[in-house]
Design a protein around this ligand. Structure first.
Ligand code: IPM
Ligand code: MN
Length: 360
């Protein structure tokens, strides 16, 4: 996106557990950088998540969805409540938002910030700097399936992976464009499992080959997903941009998050790249109920998600400023990225990032 969206309207969904705490720090940083960069912010909070569901039985009411649709960006804290059975909020809220807004790109930058510890021996910030582009609307996530003879010894359960030409092509093409724009190693690696998923991933493979012809300046490669897990640990420096299917993308980005310092720092964007689309930005970590209200949770991932929001809405200088401020704080202030071990409270980390905004 080239033209910055200004005024910038942002829907804020704190959500469950520690979600509201980390989002509050991201909002603090957004307000500060908006003032420095002359961005007019219009924030609106939405009450969605486990508490609302338990109170009213509503997960994503239609009128709320229609309201959200008028925003170019949503900042989301976390979804997941200990008293709500698994699946209700994940499928009913998070995945509904991704699907109904057709946020077909799930972008997950994997960058080891200065001062952040990685469990990979001998690897530093120069080695861990790549991006995963995860398809975000199809695959096993489509929710196609059913039971036969449920609850009996003869039970059958079917869960079907959906792959469409349109779905993989738009994601692959976006990944090529992104690799070109990122302008680093200019290498795009397709991660799939063509040796076993000989229909669905054959479609991905053929589409990847075809689209690649339009991008002669981008070097292409292919890894089976199991091998990718191995290399991500052994040689993370090999990767520049990875494009992959929804389910594999889910799994490998948790591995990737750990090598970049954990859930406290890993952020992601659910992007609808089309004009007028609504995109959603979130820390990758969950609602972490045991830390709720203690001021122990790390807000860096949420702040980084706000940085991605700024970049996506065309405020590239502001985004850069947030990214640099984060790196000052991780590199010179924080003791650790783990909850309760940061050397600061959640809100103090937010304050430090705001302070660092003025130094960049
Ligand atoms: C993620 C999460 C979600 C997913 C869950 C909460 C549905 O793990 O954003 O990676 O599987 O996509
Ligand atoms: Mn996940």
């Amino acid at each position: 996106m080239t033209n910055p969206i200004n005024p910038l309207r942002i829907a804020v969904i704190g959500g469950d557990g520690t979600g509201p705490e980390v989002v509050a720090e991201a909002v603090k940083v957004l307000k500060a950088v908006a003032q420095l960069e002359g961005i007019q912010l219009e924030l609106r909070e939405f009450d969605l998540g486990g508490e609302r569901y338990l109170r009213t039985g509503e997960v994503l009411p239609e009128d709320v969805f229609q309201e959200l649709k008028t925003f170019p960006a949503i900042l989301l804290g976390a979804i997941g409540h200990p008293d709500v059975p698994p699946g209700i909020l994940e499928r009913g809220l998070l995945l509904q938002l991704r699907f109904r807004f057709d946020q077909y790109i799930n972008l997950r930058p994997v960058k080891l910030y200065p001062g952040v510890e990685t469990p990979l021996a001998g690897k530093g910030p120069d080695d861990i700097d790549f991006v995963v582009v995860r398809e975000n609307t199809e695959d096993l996530y489509a929710g196609i399936g059913g039971f036969l003879k449920k609850g009996t010894p003869d039970e059958v359960a079917i869960q079907t992976a959906i792959y469409t030409r349109k779905g993989c092509e738009r994601c692959i093409r976006w990944a090529f464009e992104y690799t070109r724009k990122r302008n680093k190693k200019k290498r795009l690696t397709l991660v799939a499992k063509t040796n076993v998923l000989t229909y669905g991933h054959d479609l991905w493979w053929r589409t990847f080959q075809e689209v690649a012809r339009e991008y002669p300046d981008i070097q292409t490669d292919y890894n089976h997903v199991d091998a990718c897990c191995m290399w991500m640990v052994k040689n993370p420096e090999y990767y520049d941009v990875i494009v992959t299917t929804n389910m594999f993308g889910d799994i490998i980005t948790d591995l990737a998050a750990i090598i970049q310092g954990g859930m406290g720092v890993a952020a992601g964007a659910n992007i609808n790249p089309e004009p007028g689309g609504t995109s959603m930005f979130e820390p990758m970590g969950g609602s972490a109920p045991k830390y709720t209200g203690k001021g122990m949770i790390n807000p860096i991932a949420a702040i980084a998600a706000a940085g991605m929001l700024l970049e996506h809405t065309g405020h590239e200088r502001a985004a850069e400023r947030v990214n640099k401020a984060i790196q000052i704080v991780t590199g010179t202030k924080m003791k650790s990225q783990a909850a309760g071990k940061m050397g600061y409270t959640t809100s103090q980390v937010g304050d430090l990032v705001v302070e660092a905004l003025h130094q960049v």
